[in-house]
Design a protein around this ligand. Structure first.
Ligand SMILES: [Zn+2]
Length: 122
């Protein structure tokens, strides 16, 4: 079953708990684990916010390793360039949800100033 989001745009769905399980799997490279986690946690804008030490704690690694993995995930265009350890951003062209709201404290996106740029994938 696919979900239509416009002419020629079809989506399926995935299990957030399974994405979190993949994120916890230490056999996966860290850049991929971060992407799995962001895919599970992102809000309607694609922003997955974390506390200052939350990502390293969830992934059981160091802040430096998280920063390096975020750079690598950006280079692979899995996550958007504005991603940082406090907020990993996945493209809304890749993931759509009606959950987790549509703001981001880390990036200063509030309902009144919200903008969604669907014109560029990255
Ligand atoms: Zn954000």
């Amino acid at each position: 079953m696919s979900i239509a989001f416009g002419p020629g745009v079809k989506f399926g769905s995935f299990n957030f708990a399974e994405m979190r399980r993949f994120a916890a799997d230490t056999d996966n490279p860290m850049w991929l684990r971060i992407w799995f986690l962001a895919m599970a946690d992102a809000n309607q804008l694609g922003h997955a916010e974390y506390g200052s030490t939350e990502l390293p704690e969830i992934l059981n690694t160091t802040p430096a390793t998280v920063r390096k993995a975020i750079r690598e995930a950006k280079a692979r265009e899995l996550i958007r360039p504005e991603s940082k350890s406090r907020c990993v951003v996945v493209s809304t062209l890749l993931r759509k949800t009606s959950q987790n709201g549509s703001t981001c404290t880390t990036h200063g996106i509030h309902p009144a100033a919200r903008r969604i740029d669907l014109s560029t994938p990255f």
